[in-house]
Each structure stands twice: as C-alpha cells, then as structure tokens.
Write a protein that binds this ligand. Structure first.
Ligand code: HEM
Length: 123
C-alpha cells in the first residue's frame, strides 16, 4: 500500500477515536450542543479520509505525486484546526467562528484539489 494511504488511514483512525470521544461525552453529559462537531469529525475525518486512502491505494502512481501530498496536507490541516474550533464554538465560544470559517475553507480547498487530481489523471 502506498505511504500516502497509510497516512490517510492513520489520520482517519485518530479522527474516529476523537469523534467517538465527543459522542460519548455528549451521551454521558446529556449535552448535545457538540453534535455538529461530532458529525463533522466522523464524516470529514474518518469516512472521507478513509475514502481518500482507498483511492490512493488503488492509484499508487498518483499517490506518489507531489500534488497528492499537498492535497493530504491541506485537507488534514483544515480538519485538524476546524474540528476543535467547531467543538469549542458550539459549546459556548462564539468568538471562534472566524477560525471555523477559515479552516473550513482550507478543508474545502483540499477537497477541490482532490477533484483536480481526479479530473487530470491520465489512463
Ligand atoms: C460510539 C460511537 C458513537 C457515539 C457514542 C455517538 C453518539 C452520538 C450522539 C450522542 C449524537 C447526538 C444525538 C442527538 O443530538 O440527539 C450523535 C449524532 C450524530 N452522529 Fe454519532 N456517535 C457515534 C459514532 C458515530 C459515527 C462513527 C458517525 C459517522 C461515521 C456518527 C455520525 C453522527 C451524525 C451524522 C450525527 C447527527 C445526527 C443528527 O443530528 O440527526 N456517529 N452521535
């Protein structure tokens, strides 16, 4: 398996652990304000990252490209900042909204770069 896929799966499992921790926290405390953070950590962090990892495992030539590594960095940094900022914003820190806004745009840039990779592949 390409190294990039390994990194995608390693990062994804850490996000799943974090997402489940937020879910358990909400279940135990009966406070559900963080539902949006929980859903995004699990779906952007675990599900989507695992799909990226599978794609690169099936396309090892692309996994070795510089643009694929940049795509991983962009997407991962976006969610790494967005996840805790969204959690804190939803649990009573509205001042973090600009951080959530910028990091979500970085995450989106990572998604757009993945679209470029998909549409420019040869073969
Ligand atoms: C042990 C694991 C998990 C626990 C304890 C957990 C717990 C929770 C809780 C307490 C809520 C809030 C429910 C409410 O607001 O009434 C929730 C919502 C949600 N969870 Fe999880 N969850 C877990 C795993 C996952 C996973 C793996 C995913 C996705 C891959 C996921 C996706 C969602 C989504 C999308 C919502 C929002 C549903 C809605 O608002 O209608 N959860 N979860």
């Amino acid at each position: 398996m390409p190294q990039l896929s390994v990194w995608y799966f390693r990062t994804a499992i850490l996000f799943l652990i974090a997402g489940i921790c937020v879910g358990l926290y909400m279940s135990i405390t009966h406070q559900f304000e963080a539902t949006g953070a929980h859903a995004h950590i699990n779906l952007l962090g675990w599900v989507t990252m695992a799909i990226f990892g599978i794609y690169y495992a099936l396309n090892p030539v692309q996994a070795a490209s510089r643009i694929a590594k940049i795509q991983y960095m962009l997407y991962t940094i976006g969610i790494l900042v967005m996840a805790p900022a969204l959690f804190l914003m939803l649990t009573g820190n509205p001042a973090l909204e600009p951080v959530v806004a910028v990091s979500s745009l970085v995450t989106f840039a990572g998604v757009l770069l993945f679209a470029v990779i998909l549409f420019t592949r040869k073969g």
